[in-house]
Design a protein around this ligand. Structure first.
Ligand code: MN
Length: 257
């Protein structure tokens, strides 16, 4: 038997399950909101071209528009100024071999339920490693917060001083990049950084350190509560947009049942 025959049999037989980590693209799904003097991220929009009618009697189709960073989406290194000169830094240049990789899940759901500004720290990562082993090089690290259970205004959680949502500290991101050489970092929130991530040094440390090192981001993920701490495999191909800095995508996770 070949590896791929074994894979096909495992999928057909149910010993492997595919978990969809993707929110539905919908005009109501929140997008990041920046201070008004800055450029803004566009929501998803869909217009009907025909609906089995005089505009196209036998077919239905739509034109769609959105930001590269709308909905469940991929961040490429060129998204951030620290990654502007990284080789293969836009979505069309990412090697196909980087689009399937193992994932580990760091469960921060209890802390995030008590503190909207919960921080993922190196201590939490080291505690996780004591239970599950060292975070392997080349893997996705997913920060589970159960934030995907929120919707509407509670998702951005905007207050007078800006959005409040969990995220990693600068030291945690540097640990993952410098000490563990991960492939990328994924979250359930609107960005890979905390809502208050502008106040760290450097500002938005996940974007700064990940993309400066050629690493990737995933955000607005869901169903992380259905994944094991280790052993899942992610499939994450963004759209092949020339010079694109990111892309909505369908994120699939394979796990053993
Ligand atoms: Mn993004």
């Amino acid at each position: 038997m070949t590896l791929l025959e074994d894979l096909a049999r495992a999928l057909a037989g149910g010993s492997l399950e595919i978990v969809d980590l993707t929110h539905t693209l919908d005009p109501d799904f929140p997008v990041i909101v920046l201070p008004p003097e800055l450029g803004q991220c566009a929501r998803f929009r869909m217009e009907e071209v025909s609906h089995y009618d005089h505009r196209g009697p036998a077919w239905k189709w739509h034109n769609i528009s959105m930001s590269e960073h709308t909905g469940t989406h991929f961040d490429a290194p060129s998204h951030w100024v620290s990654g502007r000169d990284v080789a293969n830094g836009s979505v069309d240049e990412i090697p196909a071999g980087n689009l399937m990789a193992p994932a580990v899940v760091i469960d921060c759901s209890a802390g995030s339920a008590e503190n909207d500004d919960f921080e993922l720290t190196p201590d939490i990562l080291l505690e996780w490693e004591r239970a599950h082993g060292s975070i392997p090089a080349g893997c996705w690290v997913l920060m589970r917060t159960d934030w995907s259970h929120r919707s509407g205004a509670a998702y951005l959680n905007m207050r007078d001083d800006g959005p409040h949502s969990p995220g990693p500290t600068p030291d945690a991101v540097r640990f993952l990049v410098d000490e563990r050489n991960i492939l990328g970092f994924g979250t359930e929130t609107i960005g890979t950084d905390a809502g208050q991530g502008a106040h760290y040094t450097p500002p938005y440390p996940a974007h700064f350190y990940l993309h400066g090192a050629g690493k990737y981001g995933l955000q607005c993920l869901c169903n992380l509560d259905k994944l094991p701490a280790t052993g899942a495999m992610l499939v994450t191909p963004p759209l092949k947009i020339r010079n694109g800095t990111g892309s909505p995508l369908r994120v699939l996770a394979l796990k053993e049942t």
